[in-house]
Design a protein around this ligand. Structure first.
Ligand code: GLU
Length: 445
């Protein structure tokens, strides 16, 4: 069974790039009838916050990406300890005693000589006596994973194709700090094994981590999952802008963006599939395929999201929006105003046209006379707008704008808006006649 996971660190709000990764993992699982899990990567106790954990859950729920399970790294420390002991006993992790300053100096020297700043494994050369001496002096080690330099690291990446790394060109990664706390590298592998993760889909900023982790999986005698790394999301200007980094669900909601629009955009942005306002998730799932993912960065533009949002709103059924519409606004009104909203809260302004009062238009004397005639001619039926305009056309010879605009202005106070054929029945006969008379200045006459 396919099992994917989304593994955010609760050190801030999820931004649109994180949401994209979450969505793709959800889609990958759903498409294959598998499971999607949320893993809270909170080993960094200092930077992790409970409020962000709550926000992550809320954001996923808003997008309709409910996880089938949730794990928290802070509750799994015993499991990491056990794996660590196994690796240590097998000689695959080793203690190192360099201070941050010493390591920095080594890096600088290598870089100064034009060499890659690889860790020189000096700690491996320490004798037992030397190690005891350090520990007796109160120096506690951090721990590095010993890379096997003998075989190239390879995997078939679901997006990037065949990958190959020379382990000798990588530093043995630090997996545990001197205070005993964990870095991301080992717990993530242990969890992926224990949780039965079959597919790891994440950003390409993790490619070099994957190279290291492939060997950690092997050292734990676990087959690595399938990996896929997606190109990063960038702003229209080509980089991960500040704006994009702060684009979280609250900001999207405040901009009037529907969750379905976020999903429709992010599902296909950076793929060869067209970005369209697809409100049907099954349709999005049907076309979801890692082979359509491009290796070039995916460009996020707010204008494109707004376009998709409009398209989505124009399709959303009453039931999907009813709760968020102005009190009393019914299905017929939603259908009438739906094509005229770019964001849902604009529905209120069109609802006002139904309930009134509407602004009094400034009509010419000629138009006022025309509208007065219309008030008298108003004849309710199945299609009062059609009946009215047909009658007024016959009576006055007016056509096009001259025919429609004064009527629209008189009935709604606005020169444009939802289809009058749908709107007029909602306004109702008495109110419509009243508005026509008021605009004509013949009110009460
Ligand atoms: N917590 C890691 C991150 O947010 C998870 C990476 C992964 O998917 O393994 O980058």
């Amino acid at each position: 069974m396919t099992l994917t996971r989304f593994a955010p660190s609760p050190t801030g709000r999820l931004h649109v790039g994180n949401l994209r990764t979450a969505l793709h993992n959800w889609m990958l699982a759903r498409k294959n009838g598998g499971q999607f899990h949320l893993r809270i990567d909170d080993t960094d106790a200092e930077r992790s916050r409970e409020e962000y954990v709550a926000a992550i859950r809320r954001d996923l729920a808003w997008l309709g990406l409910e996880p089938d399970g949730e794990e928290r790294q802070s509750a799994r420390l015993d499991i990491y300890e056990a794996a660590f002991v196994r690796l240590r006993d097998a000689g695959r992790v080793y203690p190192a005693y360099e201070t941050a300053q010493e390591l920095e100096l080594k890096r600088k020297i290598l870089l100064g000589r034009g060499l890659p700043p690889l860790y020189d494994r000096a700690a491996l050369g320490l004798s037992e006596g030397e190690r005891h001496e350090k520990e007796a002096a109160g120096i506690r080690p951090h721990w590095r994973f010993l890379l096997d330099h003998d075989r190239p690291i390879t995997w078939q990446d679901g997006i990037r194709g065949p990958q190959q790394f020379d382990p000798a060109q990588l530093s043995d990664p630090v997996v545990r700090r001197a205070d005993g706390s964990w870095l991301y590298m080992l717990p993530s592998v242990v969890d992926d094994v224990e949780m039965g993760v079959t597919q790891v889909l994440r950003g390409e900023d993790h490619v070099s981590n994957t190279a290291l982790q492939v060997q950690i999986f092997e050292a734990l005698n676990a087959p690595p999952p399938a990996f896929a790394h997606e190109a990063l999301l960038v702003g229209a200007e080509g980089k991960l802008s500040k704006r994009l980094g702060s684009m979280d669900c609250d900001a999207l909601r405040a901009a009037g963006i529907e969750p379905e629009a976020v999903v429709a955009l992010l599902a296909r942005l950076g793929t060869s599939l067209p970005v369209e306002p697809v409100a049907d998730r099954q349709a999005l799932l049907a076309s979801f395929d890692l082979s359509t993912f491009s290796r070039a960065p995916a460009r996020f533009a707010m204008e494109e999201l707004e376009r998709v949002n409009r398209g989505i709103l124009h399709q959303l059924p009453f039931a999907a929006v009813a709760e968020r519409l102005p009190a009393g606004m019914d299905e017929a009104t939603w259908h009438a105003v739906r094509p005229n909203v770019s964001r849902l809260d604009e529905a209120a302004q069109w609802w006002q046209l139904v309930t009134g009062p509407v602004a009094l238009p400034d009509l010419s004397a000629e138009d006022r006379a025309f509208v007065a005639k219309a008030a008298a001619a108003l004849n309710w039926g199945d299609d009062p707008w059609k009946t009215l305009t047909t009658a007024m056309k016959q009576a006055t010879g007016r056509t096009g704008k001259a025919l429609f605009l004064p009527l629209r202005l008189a009935l709604t106070g606005k020169p444009h808006g939802p289809d009058m054929g749908e709107l007029l029945p909602l306004i109702g006969e008495t109110e419509a006649r009243e508005r026509l008379r008021r605009a004509a200045g013949t009110e009460g006459i």
